[in-house]
Design a protein around this ligand. Structure first.
Ligand SMILES: Nc1ncnc2c1ncn2[C@@H]1O[C@H](COP(=O)(O)OP(=O)(O)OP(=O)(O)O)[C@@H](O)[C@H]1O
Ligand SMILES: [Mg+2]
Length: 113
């Protein structure tokens, strides 16, 4: 199991969600966040007001998946989020130790989704 954390441009959320659903990745947590990349917000100002200092509004997706969904999900996020410009975002992949579905008590791969 892996936890995919993707930081994307807020206006790309719908497109990313559509691409993820096309590869049957439907379960996710979406959070509005503030972020700073390597340009420290400087070259992205024209696309959105700076919030605090050099921090820009971004959207974070947390997606826990079984191994076979990892590459399809990465491809889908890239497809939905990429414009080719700086600030398009980043994807982090983390080994996921456990998943527990509280309603049923299931654990691991069957609990994920
Ligand atoms: N190393 C990092 N650690 C934590 N968050 C990061 C990291 N790099 C990027 N982010 C997050 O991703 C968001 C988007 O980053 P961004 O796409 O600007 O990355 P970048 O490294 O500056 O690449 P680019 O040069 O393509 O803009 C940032 O605002 C921040 O929230
Ligand atoms: Mg950047």
């Amino acid at each position: 199991m892996k936890l995919i954390i993707a930081i994307i441009q807020p206006h790309k959320l719908e497109a990313v969600k559509r691409e993820l659903e096309a590869v049957e990745v439907n379960l996710m947590t979406v959070t509005n966040v503030l972020g700073q990349g390597r340009q420290k917000g400087i070259t992205e100002i024209y696309r959105g007001a700076k919030e605090i200092g050099n921090l820009l509004n971004k959207v974070r997706l947390d997606i826990a998946v079984n191994e076979s969904f990892v590459e399809p999900a990465i491809t889908a996020i890239n497809k939905g989020a990429r414009t080719g410009n700086l600030g398009d975002g980043k994807i982090f992949i983390i080994d996921l130790h456990e998943c527990i579905r509280i309603s049923s008590g299931e654990r691991g791969g069957t609990a994920i989704g």
